[in-house]
Ligand binder design. Structure first.
Ligand code: ADP
Ligand code: MG
Length: 151
């Protein structure tokens, strides 16, 4: 695997990194967002959505499990699977259908539903680093590799 580590000094840096990352994300990709509660996964998602031109709110889908954004270039499905417990719900809720060639999936807590998810193109792990964060990116597919170019 190929990895890249990026330092994120504050929340603004996380948002700016997300915006820069957006230009390397394409429809059909699956991105796993890993890290503890409060690591900055939702903040990063907010930056990515801004990068795609989304000007509105980005709310954490902790209870809904997924929030979808229909943007001009693509659909973005932002999952937070922290509370996901029932595999039967996956098909019943139509989640399976959200993984298609025109959609980008950003998934917080993928470990809660690993057997149900497609293999990721990119894993992004956030760690505390003093008052800031460190992001480690790992590409698993050809599609994920451009995300590792310097920022
Ligand atoms: P998660 O979705 O991983 O639970 P959130 O993004 O909801 O985390 O919240 C993370 C918290 O950390 C927010 O208060 C946010 O302002 C803050 N934060 C995000 N990125 C950074 C950073 N690079 N340095 C310091 N604080 C950050
Ligand atoms: Mg979150």
């Amino acid at each position: 695997h190929t990895t890249l580590t990026v330092g994120l000094a504050d929340e603004a840096a996380t948002l700016a990194f997300g915006e820069a990352l957006a230009s390397r994300l394409v429809p059909g990709m699956t991105v796993f967002l890993e890290g503890d509660l409060g690591a900055g996964k939702t903040t990063l998602t907010r930056g990515i959505l801004r990068g795609f031109g989304h000007a509105g709110r980005v709310k954490s889908p902790t209870y809904a499990l997924v929030e979808s954004y229909e943007l001009p270039q693509l659909a973005v499905h932002h999952f937070d699977l922290y509370r996901f417990a029932d595999p039967e719900e996956w098909v019943d809720a139509g989640f399976r259908d959200l993984f298609d060639a025109g959609s980008l999936a950003l998934i917080e807590w993928p470990e809660k539903a690993l057997a149900l998810l497609p293999a990721p193109d990119l894993t992004l792990t956030l760690h505390p680093d003093g008052p800031g964060r460190q992001a480690t990116l790992t590409a698993h597919t050809e599609r994920g590799l451009p995300c590792l170019n310097p920022y």
